[in-house]
Design a protein around this ligand. Structure first.
Ligand SMILES: Cc1ncc(COP(=O)(O)O)c(C=O)c1O
Length: 388
């Protein structure tokens, strides 16, 4: 640290140099992120509540109320009548709290968790941290977990089964209704990782798409991860964990000897009230109508992009269920490198040897058209799609 500080003007000028090195969502070059530019009202709310600490919530009662209201809104969206939960640092922490509750409830000496092969990598960290053995169930041709494979993975040591509503790589939605039946039948905890899909699927239904149940309407579902900092268009960090009811909280609580609250239920101690405030503000400002409109637009763009890719001779890995498009050329890795050289940030996914684009709210048709133009030029020059 320097001995004598810079003036406000000087330091902000220095800071802007760093800021200039970051990509901007609005430039339409970020095609790989599950986050997006937060809504303007979220940024305002975030800065208003920048000093608030929900880890000592007795000091920040307004923030605490905001968090409770956000959780109630999420619970209503996910058909959870008596649901309780928290705004946490992200999907990773939300998934961790769910498995912590499941493991502590089951209280077995060699705990195992049954995960789809498509489960988010956060579960790898969580299993490592919590000493859980991960047992992987296989996927069908649409990359959804196969219920009979899940069932055959369950043993006396299984503390939880996980299903995903909107996988990070392909946006696939597992058959949660079947997993719920299995979980009830075998007396196992079912957690749904809807970090991405949880703020899309309920609105897809509203705009006429057929979607299968994935939420607390299904009796076997005990907890759901749903992240406002993804499709909720709020500021980072804002993950969400919801439990079916408050009995699960007993298994994740920690006594807090010196704070204004007697116990905490989250992994992170000091946590931003700004996250709850920003999320509440976006929800109140957009309402269901605003979410419907945003998701309708993302899905239309998803359809536009996937049909143009097919017309160019690329092969879709699967038909998009949500706003994620994954496609293959004859050399997808080379293609992704060439795209990067032209300033396009799309993901290359080795497991499927494909390129993946998440059609987030910051993307416009003109961005996708510019992308498709560059893509077809690269493919022509390098023979990296099936057609050339
Ligand atoms: C399905 C799913 N689960 C969990 C996570 C982890 O969320 P986070 O990065 O907010 O911790 C992600 C992140 O993209 C995700 O897509």
């Amino acid at each position: 640290m320097r001995d004598k500080g810079l003036s406000r003007k000087e330091v902000l000028a220095e800071l802007r140099k760093f800021w200039a090195q970051d990509l901007r969502y609005e430039d339409g070059r970020i095609l790989c992120s599950m986050c997006t530019d937060p809504h303007r009202v979220a940024k305002t709310a975030h800065s208003l509540f920048s000093s608030s600490n929900l880890g000592d919530s007795g000091l920040f009662l307004g923030s605490l109320r905001l968090e409770k209201e956000v959780i109630q809104k999420l619970a209503a969206l996910l058909n959870g009548k008596g649901s309780v939960g928290f705004i946490v640092s992200g999907g990773t922490e939300a998934n961790l709290l769910a498995l912590l509750a499941a493991r502590n409830m089951a209280n077995v000496s060699n705990p195992e968790v049954v995960l789809p092969e498509s489960a988010h990598f956060s579960f790898t960290k969580i299993c490592d941290l919590m000493g859980l053995k991960a047992v992987y169930a296989s996927l069908d041709s649409a990359y959804r977990v196969v219920p009979s494979s899940v069932e055959s993975c369950i043993t006396k040591n299984t503390v939880a089964v996980v299903g995903t509503a909107g996988t990070a790589e392909l946006g696939a939605v597992d058959p949660i209704d079947k997993l719920s039946e299995i979980a009830l039948d075998r007396g196992v905890y079912l957690h749904v990782d809807a970090a991405f899909g949880g703020l899309i699927i309920p609105f897809l239904r509203d705009i006429g798409y057929t979607t299968a149940d994935f939420d607390f309407r299904l009796e076997g579902v005990k907890s759901i991860t749903v992240d406002p900092h993804k499709m909720g268009m709020t500021t980072i960090p804002a993950g969400g964990i919801l439990f079916r009811n408050d009995t699960f909280l007993d298994y994740i609580k920690t006594a807090t000897p010196y704070l204004t609250e007697e116990r905490q239920y989250t992994f992170v101690g000091t946590r931003p009230g700004a996250s709850a405030a920003a999320t509440w503000t976006v929800f109140e400002h957009l309402g269901r109508e605003g979410f419907r409109n945003t998701i309708r637009r993302c899905m239309r763009l998803t359809k536009f992009l996937s049909s143009k890719l097919e017309a160019l001779g690329f092969k879709l890995v699967s038909q998009p269920t949500l706003n994620i498009v994954a496609f293959k050329g004859s050399d997808s890795k080379l293609l992704s490198e060439k795209l990067r050289q032209r300033g396009w940030f799309a993901s290359y996914i080795p497991r499927f040897d494909c390129i993946r684009i998440v059609v987030m709210p910051h993307l416009r048709k003109l961005h996708l058209m510019a992308f498709l133009k560059d893509l077809s030029e690269i493919a022509r020059a390098n023979a990296t799609n099936a057609a050339f």
